[in-house]
Design a protein. Structure first.
Length: 402
């Protein structure tokens, strides 16, 4: 049973005001359950609950409280709670705030003084802003920011918020008016990440319809929602799925599919016996940053550990193949790019053809800015792309959000 307090009544009034004056945000707020939580400094959301510190709420006037609630609900509306993917939680929160706040200001909402606003980030996704913030931090410190790769101290990946007095929660950001927490850990009572994203997509569409009928659609909303849809699934997961799809599989009755055994249904399980040879081509023309290379290397290692290739060829190329490293089964891969000229993709295919190597698959790390061969090879090709160009064949996995 919910106990009403002066603070909860103020929040309810602010919700009602949003429904009347800013129906898009007001309609979305019905998806979040209010929860008093004194272990946070301001507000926080994980896509299911709206946590608030009553002391913070009492510092806000009615208009600013409404704007702050709108700020919080935009985090799950833009899927920020499922898009962090190992990034430093404090910097991720900053990037998300920079992405959200201009939308709220343009919609005529009031926000507390000192919030994170910067016009140079206007129209960018949280991932793009994060990369810029990280690059600036690296330049200031004179070295790569390792904290962002590991998640950093105070990571909220496990969502440890229990709302006990004086208990620390996810790291607060300067100028932040709330925290975006990772989605709750999956259990019997919690929908999967895909289901949560789908439910929020439905809620956003319904809220947009309500706002449209009221003639009060927030400016810039469509662009922000499109960016969220593109970034909802991280490039790592796309690369993993696409790579896995290129590996031949067979079905065996010896290993029943355990997902259906509980119901008494015995279906054949998928058996992947490992793969033969894989080729990885690294664009050395200078288009791939050190951080992107490091992230790609880590993901490649993880994928290869599960697929057990007999041999991996790593081709470093620009206009020609500058160097090739060969790894046998079980050897740890480390990428060491060399080169720096223009980009030609053809020499990589020629190098493999001259040696009668038919990889399963060939994976490029590149910005896709270069010359392509006239036809596709007789094996799968994946392009992990750091740019926005298209490829004439194969599947492109965009790494802009990496």
């Amino acid at each position: 049973m919910r106990i009403e307090t002066p603070t909860s009544r103020r929040i309810e009034k602010a919700r009602t005001a949003l429904v009347l004056d800013h129906p898009f945000f007001g309609a979305l707020l019905f998806r979040l359950k209010d929860s008093e939580c004194r272990s946070i400094q301001t507000m926080a959301t994980d896509g299911e609950s709206l946590y608030y510190n009553p002391d913070f709420v009492e510092t806000l006037n009615a208009a600013t409280l409404a704007g702050t609630l709108a700020h919080e609900v935009m985090h799950p509306a833009l899927h920020h709670h499922v898009r962090r993917s190992g990034r430093n939680p404090k910097r991720w929160n900053m990037a998300c705030d920079y992405a959200i706040n201009p939308l709220l200001i343009d919609a005529g909402l009031n926000l507390p003084e000192g919030v994170l606003l910067d016009n140079r980030f206007r129209g960018m996704s949280a991932e793009q802003i994060y990369n810029l913030l990280e690059s600036e931090a690296s330049q200031d410190s004179g070295s790569d920011d390792q904290e962002s790769v590991s998640g950093g101290e105070g990571s909220n990946a496990e969502h440890p918020l229990t709302c006990k007095a004086n208990e620390p929660s996810a790291p607060m950001t300067d100028g932040g008016i709330g925290q975006v927490l990772d989605a709750p850990v999956l259990d019997n009572n919690t929908p999967s990440i895909e289901e949560q994203v789908r439910e929020w997509n439905i809620a956003v569409k319904q809220a947009a319809t309500i706002a449209k009928h009221a003639g009060k659609v927030p400016a810039g909303l469509n662009r922000a929602l499109e960016g969220a849809a593109e970034a909802a699934i991280d490039w790592r997961e796309l690369l993993r799925r696409s790579w896995s799809d290129t590996i031949p599989a067979d079905y065996r009755w010896m290993r029943p599919n355990r997902r259906h055994v509980w119901a008494g249904i015995y279906l054949p399980g998928v058996v992947r016996e490992g793969v033969g040879e894989i080729a990885i081509a690294v664009d050395c023309s200078g288009s791939v940053s050190a951080r992107q290379l490091r992230l790609f290397e880590a993901e490649v290692r993880s994928i290869l550990e599960g697929q057990r290739p007999e041999r991996v060829y790593v081709l470093y190329f620009d206009a020609v193949v500058q160097k090739v490293e060969t790894y046998e089964a079980g050897q740890r891969i480390k990428l060491n790019p060399v080169g720096g000229g223009g980009t030609e993709f053809g020499p990589c295919f020629e190098w493999l053809e001259e040696r009668s190597i038919r990889p399963q698959p060939l994976v490029f790390l590149t910005d896709l800015y270069g010359s392509f061969p006239p036809s596709a090879p007789p094996y799968p090709v994946l392009w992990a792309s750091t740019g926005s160009h298209k490829a004439p064949f194969g599947e492109v996995i965009a790494m802009q959000a990496a």
